[in-house]
Design a binder for this molecule. Sequence first.
Ligand SMILES: Nc1ncnc2c1ncn2[C@@H]1O[C@H](COP(=O)(O)OP(=O)(O)OP(=O)(O)O)[C@@H](O)[C@H]1O
Length: 262
Amino acid sequence: MIETEGLSRRFGEHLAVDDVSLVVRSGEIFGLIGPNGAGKSTLIKMLTTLLPPTAGVARVAGFDVVRQASLVRRHIGYVPQLLSADGALTGYENLLLSARLYLIPRAERESHIAEALERTGLTEAAHRLAQTYSGGMLRRLEIAQSTLHRPELLIMDEPTVGLDPVARTGVWEHVRKLRESFGTTILLTTHLMEEVDALCDRLGVLHRGRLEEVGTPEELKAEIGPEATLDDVFARVAGGDIETIGRYADTRATRRSAIEHG
Ligand SMILES: Nc1ncnc2c1ncn2[C@@H]1O[C@H](COP(=O)(O)OP(=O)(O)OP(=O)(O)O)[C@@H](O)[C@H]1O
């Protein structure tokens, strides 16, 4: 579903993503982890065609991200880090807007919206303004919006940041249901090792733009020792950065989300 070779992105002198070769298989839930500034969002922006690579190639859903960008966009869903639902519209209206943007035929719109509301547990709240939703409901609405056209691949940048444990579990359940119902492949970034353990079939660890490790959570833990956790995997790759950068990233991301979600 995703295949990159030597993918790189330079900002001036700074190599934000450095020679990344990655394969994400059809139907898997793949997690990207790494400390603040590791290059996760930059990599995702290249895969979603929002940012052109400065070197290397990437194929997403079978299409080249540079030469076939509009085809890539038609086959994927994207939930960005920043709040994307419109608070002044109801949940239903947000979904209707997405249905139009994704050019879902008029005759199919209502059934797609009803299915998405049902799947995300938002049927009851459909006609309330999104600004009255909790952070968890908003995230589920955004996922419903970006999967309305039944994309083969859903890409999410820190989907559960700032959510309480119950809301977080709700999002995880929804993500699993999505894969079960439609076979959707999912790529997500996260700072939560618990999220990777609960949700991801495989993960990649980015550090200073380089993809340092790829494997199942069990494989990467086993490389360290029988008692190892994903925190140990993260610490081994990120090394000294974890003390200073990792905590700052968590704090910054949580605060940012708290502001966005009111
Ligand atoms: N538009 C830009 N111009 C210049 N530098 C940038 C730009 N976007 C990102 N960078 C730099 O590229 C590096 C990677 O940033 P990126 O946002 O991809 O990291 P990240 O792993 O997503 O971090 P976080 O966990 O905080 O979201 C950082 O050093 C960042 O400052």
